[in-house]
Design a protein around this ligand. Structure first.
Ligand SMILES: *Cc1c(COP(=O)(O)O)cnc(C)c1O
Length: 226
């Protein structure tokens, strides 16, 4: 089987599992959007996914996104790119230029830099606040205890178009309490988008209300070790 056949077949399988998980949760079959995470995989893999009808992609590094995506927009106008990785302040402007959604707003300095880039360019990608639900020191995301205040500040003080929340639960242990916490936090703020769930746990995330699942390995295969 060629690599593009694999990607198309994997997409078909993942979409079916997403629809089934939605229905099991008494949600509409299309209630969760698949964000295909193509980081480390070549542009050919993205093109294969686009050809198989996938429109929404996630990349965690701005530079890699810039190398792979802008050239595809003319041929695939429905394509949408989410930046899902921890973002350095000095990459804010490039992120605003390349992304349709920035999922990793997690601190005041970054919120300010993104707001400034939006004001200068007139481009306003939707934003998600990333919450470090496990308070893990190595992870991006606003600490749990600061999240409510930061979500308000991102909207009211920095004027960002915040539409939802994102989290990456700890690798060990049950992710569901983290997904539930994110859902409750989003509800408190009247936010409708919940980006949560990856290859290993997207069905559990959908059961807890995910509107976006970020799936990489199960579509594109394993990534080379960093
Ligand atoms: C890589 C990555 C994913 C995808 O993870 P898989 O386990 O390969 O599905 C999802 N979210 C973020 C933020 C990532 O960096």
């Amino acid at each position: 089987m060629s690599q593009s056949t694999d990607i198309a077949a994997n997409l078909t399988m993942i979409r079916a599992r997403i629809a089934e998980a939605c229905i099991r949760a008494n949600r509409a079959a299309d209630a969760a959007t698949l964000v295909a995470v193509s980081k480390t995989h070549p542009q050919d893999a993205v093109v294969a996914a686009l050809a198989a009808g996938q429109a929404v992609f996630g990349e965690n590094r701005v530079q890699e996104a810039e190398a792979k995506f802008p050239g595809l927009r003319a041929a695939y106008p429905a394509m949408r790119l989410h930046i899902i990785g921890g973002l350095q302040t000095n990459k804010a402007r490039d992120a605003v230029a390349v992304a349709d959604v920035i999922e990793s707003i997690d601190r005041p300095k970054l919120a300010a830099a993104v707001a400034d880039a939006m004001a200068k360019t007139g481009r306003r990608p939707d934003c998600l606040v990333q919450v470090n639900t496990g308070d893990e020191s190595q992870k991006s995301g606003v600490p749990r205890a600061e999240a409510d205040a930061f979500i308000r500040a991102a909207q009211d003080d920095y004027g960002l178009p915040v539409i939802g929340l994102m989290c990456i639960p700890p690798a060990e242990g049950d992710p569901r309490p983290h997904f539930a916490l994110l859902r409750e936090m989003a509800a408190r703020h009247g936010l409708s988008v919940l980006s949560m769930g990856m290859s290993g746990d997207f069905e559990a995330a959908i059961a807890e209300g995910a509107t976006h699942v970020r799936v990489g390995t199960a579509i594109f295969g394993h990534r080379p070790a960093p």
